[in-house]
Write a protein that binds this ligand. Structure first.
Ligand code: MG
Ligand code: MG
Length: 258
């Protein structure tokens, strides 16, 4: 990935304040979409509500037309059950009771990007599905906890890996967390596995989107014929949580909350 080799862009406090605003808008999109997670709603309906919220805040999604096999056609990605990332919203796909739905959204506002994702159930989840969602969210929080000056990105990666693998689940090696700022993907690359004490030294002004992508049965993934949607190779359940976080002098600052 070309962006992973570039230099890390340190943000000043004024820039972080703009990213915080982008993050608030992103969280507002998430809240509106979460409200819609009911049986019979289509994944295209979720994209429509997301676009309405973005427009209301004079923001756009960096996902729309993102370069790939062909430009990404929507403002959010929607993934159901075995779909891990990059699912394309469709008016033919309806949510069902018990589905795990993973929503990823970016907000481009004031020249900066905020990026976050969550997984949640449609109605009540099975015990295993709920555990998967909880472990994925827990892994994100375990990673965020390590985002302090003096730590390295390897400390963050190792904390995520330990949280997930000690609970019997798997992490993809093919997709990673990343720096974020004026562009959605900046250096450094932050994998969901790694060795404590290695990697980039964290310092105030580093902004990273951490995003554990967790699978029940395998670390292997494959891409569907639509050339975007990534699924678990064994079609086992998956979940994905993401926040954009700024390293500060003190506690890590989560930018993508209300
Ligand atoms: Mg994302
Ligand atoms: Mg991301």
């Amino acid at each position: 990935m070309y962006w992973a080799k570039r230099k890390v862009n340190i943000k000043n406090p004024a820039e972080i304040e703009i990213m915080r605003e982008a993050g608030r808008i992103n969280a507002t999109v998430h809240a509106a979409v979460r409200e819609m997670l009911k049986p019979g709603v289509t994944t295209a309906d979720l994209n429509t509500i997301a676009e309405e919220v973005l427009k209301k805040h004079d923001a756009i999604s960096p996902f729309k037309n993102y370069p790939g096999p062909y430009p990404f056609p929507a403002s959010i990605t929607v993934c159901i059950n075995e779909e891990l990332v990059h699912g394309i919203p469709s008016n033919k796909r309806k949510l069902k009771e018990g589905d795990i739905v993973s929503i990823d959204c970016g907000t481009f506002f004031g020249g900066f990007v905020a990026d976050s994702a969550f997984s949640a159930g449609v109605g009540k989840l099975s015990k295993e599905a709920q555990k998967l969602v909880d472990v994925t969210e827990g892994a994100l929080m375990a990673g965020i906890e390590k985002m302090r000056p003096g730590n390295k990105t390897g400390d963050v990666s190792a904390a995520i890996q330990k949280h997930v693998e000690s609970r019997g689940f798997y992490l993809t090696r093919e997709y990673t967390g990343h720096g974020v700022g004026r562009k959605m993907h900046e250096a450094p690359q932050v994998p969901n596995y790694g060795t404590a004490g290695h990697g980039l030294l964290l310092r105030p002004g580093v902004t990273i989107a951490l995003e554990p992508m967790v699978l029940v049965g395998t670390a292997q993934t494959k891409v569907l014929a639509d050339q975007w949607t990534v699924i678990s190779a064994d079609r086992s359940l998956t979940a994905h949580h993401e926040h954009t976080i700024a390293v500060t002098e003190g506690k890590p600052l989560i930018l993508t909350v209300l």
